[in-house]
Design a protein around this ligand. Sequence first.
Ligand code: PMP
Length: 405
Amino acid sequence: MGQIRILVNIVAGKKQYLFDEEGRRYLDAFAGIATVSCGHCHPDVVSTIVEQASRLQHSTVLYLNHAIADLAQALAKKMPGDLKVAFFTNSGTEANELAMMIARLYTGCHDIISLRGAYHGNAAGTMGATAQCNWKFNIVQSGVHHALNPDPYRGVFGSDGEKYASDVKDLIDFGTSGHVAGFISEAIQGVGGIIELAPGYLPAVYSTIKKAGGLCIADEVQAGFARTGSHFWGFEAHGVVPDIVTMAKGIGNGIPLGAVVTTPEIAQVLTRRSYSNTFGGNPICTAAGLAVLKVIEKEKLQENAHAVGSYLKKRLLSLQDKYEFVGDVRGRGLMIGLELVTDRTMKTPAKAETMHVMEQMKDMGVLVGKGGFYGNVLRITPPLCFAEEDADFFADVMDYSLSKM
Ligand code: PMP
């Protein structure tokens, strides 16, 4: 993020738009990194926050409160299988730290496998599981193994998910006692550059991990909460059921809220000691989370993400036909990536050009993100209320910016 040259001072937001201090309007196609799900300052969410803030802001972790129970129940309804117990946190980092600790406690093992290119957070454990040097400080990183990324565009095995999965088996056989605590992955890597895991990968890895006694953790911080359109959770597109699901960002529409959902049997491990989180699950944030869920359902935002996302992807694919620079267009729903390369055969990352496109688009009133290990992937993760006209405007502005390269 530190490389954005011209910063805009945003002072207000409404639906899919942001406004700077001079009153200039921007179409927001990044949504605070896939964070604003139902639109900036959605009135239902705002009024819930105001109402809850004026009634009770904090109950401490000692007492019961409806807001937390109502959100836990609503989340459980959205989950497959026996994923029925929720713990609330203040961020995605905290959710993933907790999930990895639960996996370690439940299995009695320490080793965790994560994917190269993954981003899972910025505290000691999650920074260890994060696998891009850009995002790692020099910390002691114990018990994490980084498996080959099943990246269909740049990965060594193309789209053959099962071949990549054999690397996880090798890591277990040659890098551990044969038993592991677990495996953590996003369904579509966000920071990694909107990378969709190769088909067949997750089912094969989940089965390998289970055989090694480990738990499978789905990090739904970016891909969850209806963003991928076809499903509410990103993992569902892969036909797997995780043991633990973590979420943040979209669950709160901008409010600091994260959650870990798991089974009653696995959740039991936290009763071995005292466990608390002062602000995790406070009534304001959990009430907001429930309001977000209701808006997503009431306004059919998952269906919108599917329809508008598919339309936008089609328009962006046509830009790939038009410009040599566009090496790959990928993603699902309103989580789309465009990888820019200076040479299609060599896939040479067009890093400076990506920055340039981003800047030009900003000057024309469109905010887009970037990411990927080489910083050459434009990331499109707008609020889920993005409309077809927005998709057209976005694609036209991108077309113009690419034409000026
Ligand atoms: N997991 C994923 C997939 C993320 O994208 C992020 C944030 N970029 C995190 C975890 C960490 O979330 P937070 O910044 O809320 O700690």
